[in-house]
Design a protein around this ligand. Structure first.
Ligand code: PLP
Length: 404
């Protein structure tokens, strides 16, 4: 069988749509004015930014485009939201978040913990689900904010944001939602949801890298994260990434129009891949299977394997996948998300994430299913030899007990 190029790593980043490139191009060439300038070179560009703001507001269901401010990425949005809320409520020293957040939230909250904030890290169960009673108990008069992701980047597990938002709002506490993986994949309507801040990132839905957006509900006091000029109504200083902003606007409009069709297409492919791999690879399991998940995401563990070795062999066959968060690629650390789900040690290292987009096809799914079983068999064979080790019994039987 001929080699195919299969890109199944769309939760890491996506291909930029040709329509998005076309919309951006004039803003790299002819329309080079600074949007803050009074003259027409500036005002033409300023109008285009306003259009992009309205496009992103429509994707999020924001009542007013001024509730959207542009950032450089999801990480900036998450940092700006959390730090902004802490600065706005200096008397409060407590943050509530989960153990399965992306490092953009997780790493910041760990940092803030070292600086003296108290952080409640909410657990998830074996399926990756949150316990809302635990959330409710965690909230107190000292809580400055709650930050919870909408959809998990590794497993695709979707948290019940409506219920979370109602619970948090009932206590008068601001809620920030990291919707970086949700945007463009599932419908978002912040007008109908008591969420105060919400982060998205363009490169996850076919806009370029280097541009994101943060929704800040009207009336929320939001000190600027980057201080300087008056851009973004004094909430984020710095001359705008005009072409990037035009790109995220265009991608948002396309995503909004195609969300139902694209997610159905991706769900069908993902379900097919999932069923095929479970049937052809005996020691395999789906992580987060019993939860509502993003339609494009499949996180599958192959027992006794090293996910990293699997990725190298997949790559040799032209298949691009991931072990989870792109940010942890290259480190052999097991995923903090799967650890929080209490995955047994013999399944933990062998997790592979396949994440699809509208560009993927059934032929690619079939191709991946042709290649994966042989790779898994080969690696499981090597691993069995290793596990027999010098003591004549499988190594995992010794290690599992200690690390579960
Ligand atoms: N939050 C989540 C859930 C993500 O998946 C990512 C990126 O993978 C980020 C935040 C960070 O986004 P960015 O890469 O745009 O900084």
């Amino acid at each position: 069988m001929e080699l195919m190029d299969v890109y199944f790593d769309n939760n890491a980043t996506t291909r930029v749509l040709p329509e998005v490139v076309a919309a951006m191009l004039p803003y790299c060439t002819d329309f080079y004015g600074n949007p803050s300038s009074i003259h027409r070179f500036g005002s033409d560009v300023g109008r285009k930014i306003a259009e992009a703001r309205a496009q992103v507001a429509a994707l999020l269901g924001a009542a007013d485009p001024v509730e959207v401010l542009f950032t450089s990425c999801g990480t900036e949005g998450d940092n700006a939201a959390i730090r902004g809320m802490l600065e706005a409520r200096p008397d409060k020293r407590h943050i509530v978040t989960t153990k399965v957040e992306h490092p953009a939230v997780l790493g910041l909250c760990q940092h803030l913990e070292k600086k003296g904030y108290r952080v409640t890290w909410l657990d998830v169960d074996k399926d990756g689900a949150l316990d809302l009673a635990e959330l409710s108990t965690a909230l107190s008069g000292d809580t400055a904010l709650v930050s919870i992701m909408w959809a998990n980047n590794e497993t695709g597990v979707i948290f019940p944001i409506e219920k979370i938002a109602e619970l948090v709002r009932s206590q008068g506490i601001p809620l920030h939602v990291d919707a970086v993986q949700a945007a463009g994949k599932i419908p978002i309507n912040v007008s109908a949801l008591p969420v105060d801040l919400l982060t998205i990132s363009g490169h996850k839905f076919h806009a370029p890298k280097g541009v994101g957006a943060l929704y800040v509900r009207r009336g929320i006091s939001f000190p600027p994260f980057i201080i300087g000029g008056h851009q973004e109504r004094n909430r984020r200083a710095g001359t705008e990434n005009v072409a990037g902003i035009v790109g995220i606007g265009q991608a948002a409009e396309i995503a909004l129009n195609r969300i139902a069709a694209d997610s159905e297409h991706e769900r069908q492919l993902r379900d097919r891949l999932e069923a095929l791999l479970l049937a052809t690879c005996p020691e395999s399991r789906i992580n987060g299977r019993n939860q509502e998940r993003l339609p494009n995401t499949l996180n599958i563990s192959f027992r006794y394997l090293e996910g990293e070795s699997m990725l190298v062999l997949l790559d040799q066959q032209g298949i691009c996948a991931s072990t989870g968060s792109a940010c942890t690629a290259g480190s052999a650390e097991p995923s903090h998300v799967l650890r929080a789900m209490d995955l047994p040690a013999d399944w933990l290292q062998g997790a592979v994430r396949f994440s699809l987009s509208r560009f993927n096809s059934e032929a690619e799914v079939n191709y991946v299913n042709e290649k994966v079983p042989a790779i898994v068999q080969r690696l499981q064979g090597l691993s069995a030899l290793g596990r027999l080790g010098s003591q004549g019994r499988p190594r995992d039987e010794r290690s599992v007990a200690g690390t579960r």
